[in-house]
Design a protein around this ligand. Structure first.
Ligand code: NAD
Length: 601
């Protein structure tokens, strides 16, 4: 059993965002931006009504809307360490209008200027490392080092995007095709106001990566952090305030799913959600009412294949890491493993040995020895326990782990699992590594693809050619050969989900350009009489156009020359035939003359 350094505090509960009546509130400033409205000292489960005279921001319609307060609980200790007021529906609408007004100012800045301003934000992030990791650690329960990985990958992406953005946003020349007298190009323009909705498992990275991408592309942003990690959202709002040139173009809207829903209903120009597949469906439904484009980064059931020629020790080591990093609360965590029978026993025993090495616990030290922290959310703990109970009832065997201790759950390795079990079919989002024996490569691929999800996969084999061949048969939007979950750390590699794991991409050029819309331009003088594009548009040119089509696109000499070999109903074609015949005869005569002269010499 893994070593544990914990007591038994409760996980966070969604209940902590409930509301109750309260007359007093010191929080009257613009609650749409936490930095303008610090909530320190506010009572959880209380509604704060702000005296109208103290309001400096919306709502301004005279309506008092109940304000809920999110209690920020440390899932590692159970202590409340902060409180954050939720945005009201009126504030969501007001923030949307404010960002709409700010959009022309930000989008008109040249990209080099936006890069310059975002580099200042990069400097702020680097100056604030310890502050950021301290809050993420309290909010989510992960170690300071794991929190630092979030910042590391965020800054890496920002740095790469700042270098690439001018090139990606540059005007793109496009071939005009047959319209040879025209000049065509594409411009990638910002969408406008972008709504970004964030989960709690990587509350810093998953908030900032889309936000910074959207800003760099020229959009203004409405950011809705997760209610489960609201303190991180509050800190992010404060970090933006530290770059005064950037702050007016982002609004942070704190709150739960109702605020997320209000954000989508406020009709931004694009919504980017990272969250569960269930929420993805809800957002898509709401967005459909306004034909609003959406980007969805959703759940997964990531798969790992261990072929008989794999380096089993390394596969076990990194499979365990990929399954239990962030206590398994990672969208692309290794959630199921298929191992060829030749190496199954060895792999399972290595996995158990690796897992027993892991230390579980909460610490706020910079140098925590822990590999796994707590389960951040009560609701998640229920899913974890349900999946385990279902698997065991259907015949699964626990090789190590399997027990809850307060808000912690031991890293758990299971065998004798099959696809009748929820643990092999549904996203668990917890510290489980179920291993299934398969007879051959084909069965491994078939079972890997037998899933509604298609986020990520990994293939382990010492034969890279074979591993890549297998990788190409997996129906997952990213595949690693001989590694686990690190694809997300490569800023220029597009990341996203196939099947029910999402729509669209984040990271890379594709992920960046998702925050833009392509506008096409065709420029030139008015159509010329002998331009093909003019002829095609003139009425009565059917035969001419059919002849042109054959001549230009015919796939054989017969198809291309057909218009010149047969008499056509079109006078134009007949003239062309005669001109072509004359040209041909003239050409032959010239060639003969040239040959004769050459002979005489
Ligand atoms: P969630 O779907 O419960 O919540 C995500 C966000 O959506 C939260 O901010 C929440 O307040 C908001 N929300 C909830 N209901 C809403 C609604 N009706 N309209 C608008 N917004 C709404 O997810 P979670 O529990 O916070 O995060 C875990 C899930 O996120 C897992 O399924 C995980 O796989 C997924 N995830 C995916 C990726 C990826 O890149 N594909 C990354 C991280 C997490």
């Amino acid at each position: 059993m893994p070593k544990s350094q914990t007591g038994s505090p409760p996980s966070k509960s969604a209940e902590s965002a409930e509301s109750a009546e309260s007359a007093e509130s010191a929080e009257s400033a613009n609650a749409a931006n936490a930095a303008d409205n610090p909530a320190t000292g506010a009572q959880a489960k209380k509604v704060h009504r702000s005296p109208p005279e103290k309001r400096s921001g919306p709502p301004q319609n005279g309506l008092e809307t109940e304000r809920k307060i999110i209690a920020c609980l440390n899932p590692g200790t159970g202590e409340q360490f902060d409180a954050v007021p939720m945005a009201t529906p009126e504030e969501v609408v007001a923030a949307r209008q404010e960002m709409r007004r700010a959009f022309p100012i930000w989008s008109r800045k040249p990209v080099a200027e936006r890069v310059r301003i975002l580099r200042k934000f990069q400097a702020v992030l680097i100056d604030s490392l310890d502050e950021i990791t301290a809050i993420v650690n309290k909010d989510n329960g992960k170690s300071r080092q794991d929190a630092l990985i979030e910042v590391f990958t965020t800054v890496d992406l920002l740095n790469q995007y700042c270098k690439k953005a001018p090139q990606w946003l540059a005007r793109e020349k496009i071939s005009p095709g047959l319209l040879i007298f025209k000049r065509c190009y594409v411009e990638h323009k910002p969408r406008g106001v972008v709504g970004i909705i964030v989960p709690w498992n990587y509350p810093f990275n998953l908030a900032l990566v889309p936000t910074l991408s959207a800003l760099l592309a020229g959009n203004t942003v409405l950011l809705k952090p997760s209610e489960v990690t609201a303190a991180t959202g509050k800190l992010i709002a404060e970090l933006f305030i530290r770059v005064p040139e950037l702050a007016p173009f982002v609004r942070v809207l704190h709150g739960d799913g109702s605020v997320g829903e209000a954000l989508v209903q406020a009709n931004p120009d694009y919504v980017f959600l990272t969250g569960s597949t269930t929420t993805g469906v809800k957002v898509l439904r709401t967005a459909a009412d306004n034909l609003m484009p959406v980007g969805l980064e959703l759940g997964g059931k990531d798969v790992m294949l261990v072929l008989e020629d794999a380096d089993v020790k390394e596969a076990a080591r990194w499979g365990v890491w990929g399954a239990f990093f962030n206590a398994g609360q990672t969208c692309m965590a290794v959630e199921r493993v298929y191992v060829l029978e030749a190496v199954y026993d060895l792999f399972a025993s290595q996995v158990v040995a690796e897992t027993k090495r892991l230390q579980m616990g909460y610490s706020d030290d910079l140098t925590s020895p822990n590999h796994l922290g707590p389960i951040t959310l009560d609701k998640q703990m229920t899913i974890i326990e349900d999946h385990l109970a279902d698997a065991v009832a259907k015949g699964a065997t626990i090789l190590t782990g399997g027990r809850r201790n307060g808000s912690f759950f031991e890293p758990t390795v299971l065998v004798d699992v099959d696809h009748s079990m929820r643990i092999m079919r549904e996203e668990t989002f917890g510290p489980f590594l179920p291993i299934m024996k398969v007879k051959d490569e084909a069965e491994a691929i078939r079972l890997a693809n037998d899933s509604p999800y298609g986020l990520g996969g990994a293939v382990w084999s010492t034969d890279i050619v074979r591993a890549e061949r297998v990788a190409h048969q997996l129906q997952t939007a990213s595949v690693l050969v001989n590694d686990s979950i690190v694809q997300f750390g490569v800023p220029l590699l597009p990341f996203g989900g196939a099947k029910h794991s999402g729509a669209g991409r984040t990271h890379g050029k594709a992920g960046f350009l998702a925050f833009t819309e392509s506008y096409a331009y065709m420029v030139g003088q008015p159509p010329l009489p002998f331009d093909i594009a003019t002829i095609l548009r003139e009425p009565g040119q059917y035969h001419t156009n059919a002849a042109l089509l054959r001549l230009i696109f015919g796939t054989s000499a017969r198809q291309k020359l057909q218009p010149f070999l047969e008499k056509s109903p079109s006078p134009t074609i007949n003239i062309a035939r005669k001109v072509a015949a004359a040209g041909l005869i003239g050409g032959v005569a010239l060639a003969l003359g040239w040959l004769r002269r050459a002979r005489r010499k």
